[in-house]
Ligand binder design. Sequence first.
Ligand code: MRU
Length: 352
Amino acid sequence: MSSPIDFDRYDRIRPIRWTGDALELLDQRKLPFVVEYRNCANSDEVAAAIHDLTVRGAPAIGIAAAWGVALAARGVEASDGAEAAHKLAPAMDRLNAARPTAVNLAWALARMRRTLGEAGPDWRKVIEREARAIETEDLAANREMGSLGAALMETGSGVLTHCNTGSLATAGFGTALGVIRAGVAEGRIARVFAGETRPWLQGARLTVWELQQDGIDATLIADSAASHLMKTGQVQWVVVGADRICANGDVANKIGTYQLAIAARHHGVKFMVVAPSSTVDMATPSGDSIEIEERDPGELFGVGGTRTVAEGILAWNPVFDVTPHALIDAVVTEKGVVERPDTDSMCAMFVD
Ligand code: MRU
């Protein structure tokens, strides 16, 4: 049934472009109607772009931060990598502080710091090589996960996804959206539904647009239609990405993921989390220890820049939640699939 996936057909968007002098970021605040890259000439501009969601999605912000280190290096004189790492520490701290929940940001910066610390006089080249490696490895991981995740599905399955986990959120191909691309290409997935993902509308503005570029039909639903959709029997899997996967298998992801997992279990729909191993954080024992980012409550006061809520209303805007591992059927990474994740199965896969 399965034929090799035509990656060029199913993966055309690139959110991050390194020019050699600057980082160009596809401005995700303006999609889908304006397709425009924002130029970042220094690491603080990259940190600002991560914070204001010009670039977003756990793997993509890690990759952008790695290139941000290469930009910060432009202003530093050092005779070896250890000295450069010392001088670059403040810029790296500012990049790290741009967003708190997705571990890929801290992971990429720690990897850059470690590699830099071991570098000699050619440390500038080493930095660029490492940033490129982080990006290339992410793309390869996504392609691998696409096949692994799709293989879990029966032919003719319907899937529901949340947020945007595609090429826009990664080096390319995507995590959960990579599984969906692979599943469609292999003929396993017959129906794709995407939740709007209030309040920032990653599903409505990004995911359905991204799939449209590939010629994959996706049906948009209001987030509040998810349980009803499951009840109709049109979806057999919920497939989502992750911002951090803990040692016990708990998963932090876009707000609304947790309620999808509860509804999925109630309706006998399977729940799959797809993320590269750079999203796995074995140093965080459970979801209780994760800092959940809260953003401007103003995001809840309107749609598309038009105010819809009366003045003087209070709002609370946590942008991630934690899905307990007991609600997850499979965690798919490029290293393999962990079914029914818990501390033992996570350690077996991720502790050497
Ligand atoms: O706030 P965002 O848009 O950066 O949140 C993104 C998500 O929650 C994604 O599901 C997650 O980062 C995985 S992206 C491959």
